[in-house]
Design a protein around this ligand. Structure first.
Ligand SMILES: Cc1ncc(COP(=O)(O)O)c(C=O)c1O
Length: 395
C-alpha cells in the first residue's frame, strides 16, 4: 500500500512515531538542552556529521520534537527537508543573510509584512546588499529590475495586507534563468491552498505563529526546501542560534494535525464575510482573492486551491470610521497577528505596517481606510452579525 497519501492524512500522520524507545503514541516534548552519547567516538562522529543524531538543542536537527514538526511540514509542502526558527522573522532573516553577501541584489514584492519590509529596507543594505522593491504583479517590471548581481527573488503572496497576488510559476522561472534563488512566504495561503515548491520555488518560508500553530499561542518560523539547501544553511542556523523551543515545535506539529480542517473553515467563512462586506453600503472596497472583483482572481484560481482566511477592506469615512469599527467589535478581537481560530481585526497602516514610511504605504495601497480581518473558525453568521452591529455604530 505505497500510494501517496492525501493532504489531510499527511496532516494527521506525517512525521509522527518518533518515540521508539517507549512507544508513546503522540510525539513527546523533548524538553532537553543536550543529548547523551554512548561513547566519546559517537559524540565525535555526530559533531563531524558522520552519524545522524542529536547533539545540542541549538544544533540542527535540534530535538526529535523539532524533527517531527519539520518532517510533517516538509511532507505537506512537498519538500525534502526543513528547519525551524524562533519566529517567522528569524526564518526570513536566516534565508536572506545566509544566502546573500555584499554586492548581491535582492528583488522583493513591494508589499510585504512590515518587519520583512524593514529587514529588506534597513538591515540588508547595512551589509552591502542591494534591494529593489518591485510590484511583482507586473512581470515586465520584474524583468526590467533583474541585474547581473540579482541573487534572490522574494515573494509574499498573497501579500500582507493588500492581498495582491504574484505569479509564482513565472517569477520562479525568471529567477531560475539567472540562477537566482526564489523564496516564497507562504504564511497566508499555507500548503493547504498553495504549493509554492511545486510551482517552482526553491524555498518556502512561514511564520508558524499563524495558521500552522493556529491558536495564537506561540511564536515560530520554519523553512522548507531541498535537503541540499537545508544543509547549506545549517552552519548559519547552528551559529546564529535563533532556535525554536521544544514546546513550540510540539505545538506547531500538533497544530498541523488539523490544518486541513481549519483552513477549509477559515476559507469558507472568509468567502461569506467578504460577500457580506462587498454588499454593505458603508464599505468602499473589499479585497479577497476568492471574489471575482479581486483584480487577480484568475491568477489566484490558477495557483491556489482555495483562497484562505484573510480579507482587507476599505471603510467609507476613512480612518475615523475604521477606528470606530475596531472600537465597536464584540466577538471579533482587536489584535494584530492572524491565522488563529478566532477572528482578529486590525488597522495595518497604524499597527502591523506602522514602521513603513507613509509615502511608501500610500504608493503600495496600505491606505488609512484599510482594515484587515483574519477570519476565524467561529460560525460565519456570528462573525457577520458582529461586523454588522459594529458597522452600524461606526458612522
Ligand atoms: C506574511 C508574514 N510573514 C512573516 C511574518 C513574521 O512572523 P513572526 O511574527 O512569526 O516573526 C508575519 C507576521 O505577521 C507575516 O504576516
Amino acid at each position: 500500500m505505497k500510494k501517496e497519501k492525501k493532504f489531510g492524512t499527511l496532516c494527521v500522520h506525517a512525521g509522527e512515531g518518533t518515540d521508539r524507545l517507549h512507544g508513546a503514541h503522540t510525539t513527546p516534548i523533548y524538553q532537553t538542552s543536550t543529548f547523551v552519547y554512548d561513547n566519546a567516538e559517537q559524540g565525535a562522529a555526530r559533531f563531524a556529521g558522520e552519524e545522524d543524531g542529536y547533539t545540542y538543542i541549538r544544533v540542527a536537527p535540534n530535538t526529535p520534537t523539532h524533527a517531527a514538526f519539520v518532517n510533517k511540514i516538509a511532507a505537506l509542502e512537498g519538500g525534502e527537508s526543513g528547519q525551524t526558527f524562533s519566529s517567522g522573522m528569524a526564518a526570513i532573516t536566516a534565508v536572506a543573510l545566509s544566502q546573500l553577501e555584499k554586492g548581491d541584489h535582492l528583488i522583493t514584492t513591494e508589499v510585504t509584512y512590515g518587519s520583512t519590509h524593514e529587514l529588506f529596507s534597513s538591515i540588508l543594505p547595512k551589509f552591502g546588499i542591494e534591494v529593489s522593491f518591485v510590484d511583482t504583479r507586473d512581470l515586465e517590471k520584474v524583468k526590467k529590475n533583474l541585474r547581473r548581481n540579482t541573487k534572490m527573488i522574494f515573494l509574499e503572496t498573497p501579500a500582507n495586507p493588500t492581498l495582491i497576488i504574484s505569479d509564482i510559476k513565472e517569477l520562479c522561472n525568471m529567477a531560475r534563468e539567472i540562477s537566482a534563488l526564489s523564496v516564497v512566504d507562504n504564511t497566508f495561503a499555507t500548503p493547504r491552498f498553495q504549493r509554492a515548491l511545486k510551482l517552482g520555488a526553491d524555498v518556502v518560508v512561514h511564520s508558524s505563529t499563524k495558521y500552522i500553530g493556529g491558536h495564537a499561542d506561540l511564536l515560530g518560523g520554519v523553512i522548507v526546501s531541498s535537503k541540499e539547501f537545508i544543509k547549506c544553511m545549517t552552519p548559519f542556523v547552528n551559529t546564529t542560534g535563533a532556535t525554536m523551543g521544544p514546546h513550540e515545535a510540539w505545538l506547531c506539529a500538533r497544530g498541523l494535525k488539523t490544518l486541513h480542517l481549519r483552513m477549509e473553515k477559515h476559507a469558507s467563512n472568509a468567502m461569506k464575510v467578504a460577500q457580506f462586506l462587498e454588499a454593505h453600503p458603508k464599505i468602499e472596497w473589499v479585497r479577497y482573492p476568492g471574489l471575482p472583483s479581486h483584480p487577480q482572481h484568475e491568477l489566484a484560481k490558477k495557483q491556489m486551491s482555495g483562497f484562505g482566511g484573510m480579507i482587507s477592506f476599505g471603510i467609507k469615512g476613512g480612518i475615523d470610521a475604521g477606528r470606530k469599527l475596531l472600537n465597536h467589535v464584540e466577538l471579533c478581537t482587536l489584535a494584530v497577528s492572524l491565522g488563529s481560530v478566532d477572528t482578529l481585526i486590525q488597522h495595518p497602516a497604524y499597527m502591523t505596517h506602522a514602521n513603513i514610511p507613509r509615502e511608501i504605504k500610500l504608493k503600495t495601497g496600505i491606505t488609512d481606510d484599510l482594515v484587515r480581518i483574519s477570519v476565524g473558525i467561529e460560525e460565519p453568521e456570528d462573525i457577520i452579525a458582529d461586523l454588522d452591529q459594529a458597522l452600524a455604530s461606526s458612522s
